[in-house]
Design a protein around this ligand. Sequence first.
Ligand SMILES: O=C(CO)[C@@H](O)[C@H](O)COP(=O)(O)O
Length: 235
Amino acid sequence: MRDYPQSVLDEIARTRAVLVTLHAELPRWDLVVWTAGNVSQRVVVGAAPSADDLLVIKPSGVTYDELTPESMVVCDLDGTLVDGTRSPSSDTAAHAYVYRHMPHIGGVVHTHSTYATAWAARGEPVPCVLTMMADEFGGDVPIGPFALIGDDSIGRGIVETLQGSRSPAVLMRNHGPFTIGKDAQAAVKAAVMVEEVARTVHIARQLGDTVPIAQSDIDSLYARYQNVYGQDTER
Ligand SMILES: O=C(CO)[C@@H](O)[C@H](O)COP(=O)(O)O
């Protein structure tokens, strides 16, 4: 790690602390059990995001209450360990692939949250029938391909599915949700939101047919939420 400038080392230390807080959000919102799931954040090494960047991620198989800044693992974007006393998450290759191929993405989250994973088990996209879905996902929550862990397959499935979508979430078939964002906090928010809408639409389906939203309305809602919501001009 000594080959990196102090500014990068400082950002790594800050990111390690941020990731402890963000990992705690997964059990807080009932998105994981035991050691399932993981959160990572990109650390930009040069003047702009590139394949030379680093990622910080949780150690594999460690329970959430044991996570500390020091336990967080640093890898390069080939998934090779750069700094850490434990093995990196078993999903590190998937996170690294996303960062290599989506330079605008700064955070990746994976959970096994119940309702989103149930949709993944059925291989059916969550239809955009809620204004909240239009706001957050700009349309349906897509299904990604079945992919075995251990190489670039999961990461490739995430990127191939999301590159053409406004959604920050993909339901990898038979596995569960992966979410992306400008940073890890944005990706954690998407993980919370995808479980919420997966649950609501599931319950709606149990009560009867859902009613689609016109594409023009989805586009209008998405544009407002992404560009106006929460800003001073909203008030
Ligand atoms: O989905 C998987 C494995 O298929 C992972 O999310 C595990 O559930 C958590 O693995 P670690 O991050 O602890 O290695």
